[in-house]
Write a protein that binds this ligand. Structure first.
Ligand code: ZN
Length: 328
């Protein structure tokens, strides 16, 4: 339920771990050439600094989750064979510290979910590496464990209710879609650059709507190049109508800010203030939000873009609201 404008906005719990720095590849391969990675530790450090400088956020270390078996079970022994059985493309660097970093991202996501379960109307997991391209068994697209999907799966099990994932990253969240494609308990709604021109190219088209028990639970909104704040908000509003129609108890937001006008990888034209408007619009659903970080590569604006989105969301909840009312 949106808060009264005269009441102070809720302080947003933020979960961040410096363990992400253990995933620090020196180079990545793009178009058959080495380049400095777009996805690097400075991203999460910039977001953390931007949030820590504002009293609107309470930055905490996440507790370590108890999924110790994650990553076990590869049968092949040669490293090349193991890689081939675990990744869907070759541009995502894997390093000695990647597992620890990816685990810490899951911890951040699950801690944000726990904060919402405990009554916070909105909480944020500063997940790095990101997650939404990771499928049930394959890494790729800078993603290793699907933080948003792990949270959604946890919330369904913990609450016995339906959950929605709203993915606003520029790129289609192929992993999240794959994981829930045949499930009736998690709706997946994604806005992204049209895969006819944008990574991951093979998924994210409007005619992918789920299968089996999950028929009608997947909704893709491919976007044209160059759209600005106003045009994006029109698309977001229609996506939010779809989210609401599924009547979820909680919304997991895959927050990519690579929709930003100056993002070096992408071709939409959102502004920092547009991010605020998007956050406010999503929060106006009146549902608790577990927000997890996905992409965003415009380094100098990354922190302010994430902060703007979260402040927009928090502005819809007041500081006395321990447990948001059901959507009404
Ligand atoms: Zn992205």
């Amino acid at each position: 339920m949106p808060g009264h404008p005269s009441v102070a906005p809720a302080v947003v719990p933020v979960f961040a771990s410096d363990t992400h720095r253990r995933h620090a590849p020196e180079r990545e391969i793009e178009s058959s050439a080495f380049q400095v990675p777009y996805e690097h530790p400075g991203r999460a450090d910039a977001i953390r600094a931007a949030l820590a400088s504002s009293p609107a956020f309470d930055v905490r270390e996440p507790p370590q989750s108890s999924r110790a078996g994650m990553g076990d079970g590869v049968a092949a022994t040669h490293v090349a064979a193991q890689l081939g059985s675990r990744c869907f493309e070759t541009t995502t660097p894997l390093t000695e510290g990647t597992f620890a970093a990816a685990r810490s991202a899951v911890d951040c996501a699950l801690a944000a979910a726990a904060a919402v379960e405990a009554g916070a109307p909105v909480a944020y997991g500063l997940c790095r590496p990101p997650g939404h391209h990771a499928t049930e068994s394959l890494y790729g697209g800078y993603c290793f464990f699907n933080n948003a999907a792990i949270v959604a799966n946890h919330l369904v099990a913990a609450t016995g209710t339906r959950v929605a994932v709203l993915d606003v990253d520029y790129h289609h969240g192929n992993g999240t879609q794959q994981i829930f494609y045949e499930r009736a308990d998690v709706a997946v709604v994604s806005l992204h650059g049209d895969p006819a021109r944008a990574y991951p190219y093979h998924t994210g088209y409007a005619d992918e709507t789920g299968a089996g028990k999950g028929s009608g639970m997947t909704h893709n909104v491919p976007l044209p190049a160059g759209i600005d704040d106003d045009a994006y908000l029109v698309a977001l509003d229609s996506a939010l109508t779809v989210v609401a129609a599924h009547d979820p108890s909680i919304v997991v937001v895959s927050l990519g800010v690579d929709t930003f006008v100056d993002d070096p990888m992408c071709d939409l034209a959102l502004t920092t203030d547009g991010m605020r408007r998007c956050g406010a619009r999503v929060a106006s659903l009146g549902l608790p939000l577990v927000v997890v970080q996905e992409g965003g590569y415009a380094d100098s604006s990354l922190g302010s873009n994430v902060r703007s989105w979260l402040l927009g969301a928090a502005s819809r909840f007041d500081s006395h609201q321990r447990s948001p009312s059901p959507r009404g």
